[in-house]
Design a protein around this ligand. Sequence first.
Ligand SMILES: NC(=O)C1=CN([C@@H]2O[C@H](COP(=O)(O)OP(=O)(O)OC[C@H]3O[C@@H](n4cnc5c(N)ncnc54)[C@H](OP(=O)(O)O)[C@@H]3O)[C@@H](O)[C@H]2O)C=CC1
Ligand SMILES: O=CC(=O)O
Length: 327
Amino acid sequence: MKPKVIIYKKVEPSVLEYVQEACEVVYFEQLHADNMQAFYEELKEAKGLLGTGLKVNDELLEKAPNLQIVSNVGVGYDNLDVPALTRHGVMATNTPNVLNETVADTMIGLMLATARRIPELDHMIKSGNWTSHITPEYYGVDMHHKTLGIIGMGRIGAAIAKRAHFGFGMNILYHNRSRNEEVEKTYQATYCSLEELCQEADFICLMVPLSAETTKLIGEKEFRLMKKSAIFVNGSRGATVDEEALVSALQEGEILAAGLDVFVQEPVDPKHPLLSMPNVVTLPHIGSATWETRQAMVQFAAENFVQGILGNRPPALINPEVLESEK
Ligand SMILES: NC(=O)C1=CN([C@@H]2O[C@H](COP(=O)(O)OP(=O)(O)OC[C@H]3O[C@@H](n4cnc5c(N)ncnc54)[C@H](OP(=O)(O)O)[C@@H]3O)[C@@H](O)[C@H]2O)C=CC1
Ligand SMILES: O=CC(=O)O
């Protein structure tokens, strides 16, 4: 008998068929209040769980005594309580690398859109307000040859640095807990403290994973350090920024503008003050949202999943301790 697993996200038929070769799949295209009870019922027997964003913690794991693997479709896994998964002997996997280039494209697009005020001016034309030659009040600022500070110079950060260095001739600063010699050599990036980066950069791009350490990593103090002309973009998770401090920094003119792909609460409340600011460009968490990349991510998640279900080591295993404790 094939092991029972749950997929709780809409996937391509080819991916479903690939998983079905090894598993009996219970398929929920999406989880919502009306099917949660049915989901919990299936969870009692499920050996695997594949999807995006579900909070997996002790409470959920107690409802899933047979679980072997949780396969996250996405690289960030702040929705997973990894120590709890490890305690319960459940493997956790994610989808690194396949989305680096696409997310980097999105972040460069967001920086340009913010600096050149693209959505604001698009709206001006479409609402019938382009009535004369553009006056200085509509000018943007250059991105090329400015200084870009990347906080979180990992896989995606490096793909952003590549574009910024070779494409825009930008000077790159970065901050991590540890140095990344590869980006220093390849993109002439300079390592610095968070404070130095905030003070020196014209564009500040946040790309860290969300953790206890990075929650509200950027707040009042950091915004105060930034240049009044700074453009801040966040592609990590909403909670890495103190949103109230960001609103104040924009209202007080401590920074020039912001580009946001992520919010503390998603979907963001339409009445959120950030949404009524013309100098804030917003996106609905679309960093990796292209057909090609989303397919690659789901395929990767399915490969992790099937390998784990078959008792093999999945290629992107987050908690290898689970396998070590089985030896
Ligand atoms: N908007 C979107 O659609 C997407 C968002 N993301 C987000 O981007 C994140 C990064 O992805 P990826 O590049 O693959 O991850 P990586 O792990 O490759 O890079 C993360 C970087 O952050 C640094 N970092 C971690 N903790 C801290 C800290 N406390 N202070 C300073 N730097 C820190 C790490 O360096 P070190 O360990 O040396 O500190 C590392 O260089 C994901 O976790 C996800 O949240 C990802 C994909 C799409
Ligand atoms: O936010 C998306 C991810 O892959 O992480």
